[in-house]
Unconditional design. Structure first.
Length: 85
């Protein structure tokens, strides 16, 4: 099977999955955040949610860059070994 680059849709799905898991784990393991969930003016909505989303976006974007860079580098190495192909 040929390796294909990671698309933006795949990175978006990865971000969505990570955001759901992060939010869910915050609710399961942190009782103080569960309490602040009901208050719209709490630090949960002003600090925790934007921070979690920013971190998840950085990981998804970085993963896409690293995967695509390594595949491009691998293709370049393969073509230099077989110049006639």
């Amino acid at each position: 099977m040929k390796n294909k680059p990671m698309t933006w849709a795949q990175a978006g799905m990865m971000f969505l999955f990570m955001a759901i898991c992060t939010f869910g784990l915050d609710m399961v393991f942190n009782s103080s955040l569960r309490h602040e969930l009901t208050s719209l003016s709490s630090d949960f909505w002003q600090v925790v949610v934007p921070g979690d989303l920013l971190g998840d976006a950085a990981v998804a974007f970085g993963t896409r860059l690293i995967i695509n860079w390594s595949l491009k580098r691998q293709k370049r190495a393969d073509s230099s070994l077989h110049p006639g192909l």
